[in-house]
Structure formats: C-alpha cells, structure tokens
Design a protein around this ligand. Sequence first.
Ligand code: ZN
Ligand code: FE
Ligand code: FE
Length: 190
Amino acid sequence: MAEPGTLHDALIDELRDTYDAEKQLTKALPKLAKASSNPKLRQAFESHLQETQNQIARLEKVFASLDEKVRGKHCDGIAGIIEEGKSIMEEDFDDTTMDACLIAAGQRAEHYEMAAYGTLIAWAQAMGHTEAAKLLQQTLDEEKAADKKLSGLAEGGINQGAADAAHSEDEEPVGAGSGARKGSAKAGRR
Ligand code: ZN
Ligand code: FE
Ligand code: FE
C-alpha cells in the first residue's frame, strides 16, 4: 500500500501548480498590456511580463534545489482569474474605466500569486529547504512590488479619471453624508 503523502509532496505539488500559473500569466499579461490605454499601465504589464519569465526560470532553480524534475500541473485558480480578465476585456467601457478594470484583474492575479508564494516559502522554511525558500522569497517580493505599482497607478489618477467620467454630468458630488442621489436623473444608472 502506498504511504500517505507528506508536506514535502504537497510542496512539490504546489510548485508544479505555481509553475503552470506563471506560464499561463506569460500569455495573459501581453493581452492586458495591449488592452491598456494608459502608457504607464501598459509599461507596468510589460515589465511584469519580463519579471514573470524570470520567475519561471527561478522556479526551475527551485525544482533543481529539491532534486525534482521541472514539471507543471494545470492551475485552475489562475485559469479562472484569467478567464474573468478576458470577460472584462470584452466589455464596452470608456478607456479609463477599462484601465481601472485591467488593474483590478491584474491585482487579482498578483494576490493569488502572493498567497501561493507565501505558502511555498513557509513550507520550504519549515522543512529546512533554505535555498528554495530564498529563491521563492525573491519572487514574492516581485509580486508584492507589482501589486503595489498597480495600486499606485489606480490611486494616482486612473480611478479618479474613470470616476470623473462616470459623474461628469452631475451638478454636485454624490453621497457626501446623504444616503441617496437626490435630484439626479441618473439614479440607478450603473
Ligand atoms: Zn521537503
Ligand atoms: Fe509571477
Ligand atoms: Fe505576478
């Protein structure tokens, strides 16, 4: 009878999942870049694509450090996140709103990756795989920085630009203390 799997087996399994997730992202990031109107946003997706290629190579080193063959295993989680991003790109939004939505899609992917790498690092450390943990930490730092860059772009003008376009015809700002949009003909508009 086969022995039950151990945390080491789970680590290898998660590494394969993450390796596949990164590969899926190398196909998704160029689409996000292409759909971006803001040049800084496009640049952010393009530079994260470069980083992602690097992260794939780094994961190959992680496999090697554990004497494991490089292998991927389909990551359903990131596939779902990418699928949602695709649906958003098919929507007919104004340019700045689309940029805000692309950031939202990108950040979902970054947070998923941050969760994956956080777990991988903790498990590798717990089992004394220090080289693997060190490599994985480099990638986690890049994912966090990518996420922060997207927040910076959203909060540094893209969200406000989209918000202004959404309410450009309104006479006064909405919601300041009052529960309803009084006098607005556009109440209920999405
Ligand atoms: Zn181990
Ligand atoms: Fe990544
Ligand atoms: Fe990433």
